[in-house]
Ligand binder design. Structure first.
Ligand code: RIB
Length: 301
């Protein structure tokens, strides 16, 4: 994939430390089980998407907040290592966000997040960041930070002519103002049903999601479905894999899709690239720890 050096991506979003327990089966209420493996790893939907876009080759700014604690220090070092600009990563007396994750023998996860400092990102700070990042072309957000911050950041982004992508995860009710500010909304199947009332099982249901606007529904091992603003539906199947951990796969799709779009690729080829990247990520454990490196990315491009 050829690179446009000056197309900068900003992610306004969450950074978390993931505390993950792997077990063949997960406990019932009141049950204690012996698991297999415990890991700590870098996560948070915003940070995952930013890291994926940066590994692909995009210049990325992260706009967020972490605690003045060891998790915050480690996340800062990780951002620096990946080459993400952290001028707008602020520190708080509130703890860094954490995610408690269970992964079962099928690679499926259950996640509880405690947002901590992520919920303290200030509207004015996010707007200042969006207004001042040079060559900004695309802004990504999710729902692990306060919605008012995303609305303000997307308003600023739209007035600069940037493309906006919302990954509405985890589900929360979206204001009409936010929906209108999104060039792209990228839910998974469950979030699609929560937002729209039905699973994405037919073209009619898909077309009635956001008529006149672009969306993509990620459908796990089935790949992804693009709903074009002109009403056409394009399905992209995923290559067959044996998943060991699906954590962060959707984020790797969003980050790599955004990268490809920012490089001027058409949405269908950007989606195809995102599906390949996300399918690769489920074959390894963890969120960011499962992402293909730059050498692997070249083979997927
Ligand atoms: O999407 C996966 C992410 O969700 C994990 O990394 C975890 O931090 C939660 O935010």
């Amino acid at each position: 994939m050829s690179e446009k050096q000056n197309a900068v991506i900003a992610v306004v979003g969450s950074a978390m430390m993931d505390l993950t327990a792997y077990a063949d089966v997960v406990p019932e209420p009141g049950q204690t089980l012996v698991g297999k493996i415990f890991t700590t790893g870098f996560g948070g939907k915003g940070a995952n998407q930013a890291v994926m876009a940066a590994i692909c080759g995009a210049p990325v700014h992260f706009i967020g907040k972490i605690g003045k604690d060891v998790f915050g220090d480690a996340i800062t070092e990780n951002f620096k290592k990946v080459g993400i600009n952290i001028s707008y990563v602020d520190r708080s007396d509130t703890h860094t966000g954490v995610a408690h994750i269970w992964v079962d023998g099928e690679g499926e996860n259950r996640i509880i997040i405690i947002p901590g400092a992520n919920h303290e990102i200030e509207v004015n700070r996010a707007v200042d960041a969006i207004n001042s990042i040079p060559n900004l072309s695309l802004v990504i957000a999710q729902c692990e930070i306060k919605q008012e911050v995303t609305v303000a950041a997307f308003k600023a982004a739209k007035s600069r002519g940037c493309t906006t992508i919302l990954n509405p995860a985890p589900f929360e009710k979206l204001s009409q103002e936010l929906i209108d500010l999104c060039d792209w909304i990228i839910p998974n199947e469950v979030e699609f049903r929560e937002l729209h009332g039905d699973l994405p099982t037919s073209d009619e249901i898909l077309k009635s999601f956001r008529p006149g606007k672009n969306s993509i529904v990620t459908v796990g091992s089935q790949g992804a479905i693009l709903i074009n603003s002109d009403g056409t539906i394009i399905r992209c199947p995923a290559p067959q894999t044996t998943p060991v951990d699906t954590t962060g796969a959707g984020d790797s799709f969003v980050g790599s899709f955004a990268y490809a779009l920012s490089q001027g690729h058409d949405p269908v080829s950007a989606m195809e690239f995102g599906v390949k990247v996300a399918s690769n990520s489920v074959t390894k454990k963890g969120a960011q720890s499962s992402y293909p490196d730059q050498a692997e990315i070249r083979t997927l491009s």
